[in-house]
Design a binder for this molecule. Structure first.
Ligand SMILES: [Mg+2]
Length: 279
């Protein structure tokens, strides 16, 4: 007896199943539409998406684990200098958090290196060298494998819908975007170290400057980040709705903020499903 032909993978076996899939897809989209209206976003007016980088365009935790392995391998060969490097890098990250809510005299990078030097007991030259290697250069080799596989398709779809795309990050982002293979999607890239900004988040100056360069108003934009305590605050201060990419359970304490777990879900939230061809 000949084997019965099975339907193609991913396609329903009968029109009733097809209608059911279409109904469920429509319900999911309506639920996401309700979510966007709850966050104060008028999806018909949406023209602009601005992204944070670290933890938003790639998985920061998994990258940091991979970098820790590299640092430990380095420490086996040079235990004395590596302890000083660990201290300098930790102090540099803590210095950023300390400078978030304080105006900075002079250049932001200089202030961060100086504070890290004071706190770690290492020279400013040593801190700057450790940062250049372990925070700026080495991670570039690993970045691409920590990008959500759905992200390039999401960005291509956003451009296809005519969206203007920008980046506003607390650190220079151009080399990271190149390393991730995402640079071609963005119209504007701004960092906290830009002379027109010179402020870390949550100061809204950088996001406002990014929107100005994109030619967009806050009411037609969304800021996509990964931290409620930083990205949601900067968006709130700039009057922009915010989407936090997170699988965690932290409560969204500010208005106009919603949480999305991945780019496949964000795609469904912002862009309507293509109409199904009638059979
Ligand atoms: Mg981030």
């Amino acid at each position: 007896m000949p084997a019965q032909a099975s339907p193609p993978l991913g396609k329903p076996a009968c029109p009733r199943a097809e209608r059911l899939v279409s109904f469920v897809s429509g319900c999911q989209w309506l639920a996401l539409l309700w979510q966007t209206s709850f966050m104060g976003l008028d999806s018909k007016r949406l023209t602009t998406l601005v992204f944070d980088v670290d933890g938003t365009l790639y998985q920061q935790r998994s990258l940091r684990r991979a970098m820790l392995v590299r640092l430990l391998a380095h420490a086996v060969a040079r235990p004395t200098t590596s302890l000083a490097t660990f201290r300098a890098l930790q102090a540099y990250r803590h210095a950023q958090e300390a400078l978030r809510d304080h105006p900075v005299e002079g250049y932001l990078t200089t202030a961060q290196v100086r504070l890290a030097s004071e706190r770690s007991g290492q020279s400013e030259v040593m801190v700057a060298k450790a940062v250049a290697r372990w925070i700026e250069a080495e991670p570039l080799k690993l970045l691409k494998r920590h990008v959500d596989p759905a992200l390039p398709g999401f960005l291509a779809a956003a451009r296809g819908f005519g969206m203007r795309l920008g980046v506003f990050s607390d650190y220079p982002a151009a080399a990271k975007l190149e390393a991730m293979g995402l640079a071609q999607f963005f119209n504007v890239v701004v960092s906290a170290q830009d002379p027109a900004v010179n402020r870390f988040k949550p100061d809204p100056c950088g996001l406002v400057e990014t929107l100005r360069r994109l030619g967009s108003s806050p009411g037609e934009a969304v800021y996509v980040g990964d931290r409620f305590d930083v990205d949601a605050r900067v968006a709130h201060a700039a009057g922009v709705p915010c989407i936090i990419m997170s699988r965690g359970s932290e409560p969204a304490t500010l208005p106009h903020v919603t949480r999305v777990s991945d780019y496949a879900k964000l795609h469904s939230m912002l862009f309507p499903p293509a109409p199904q061809p009638s059979s």
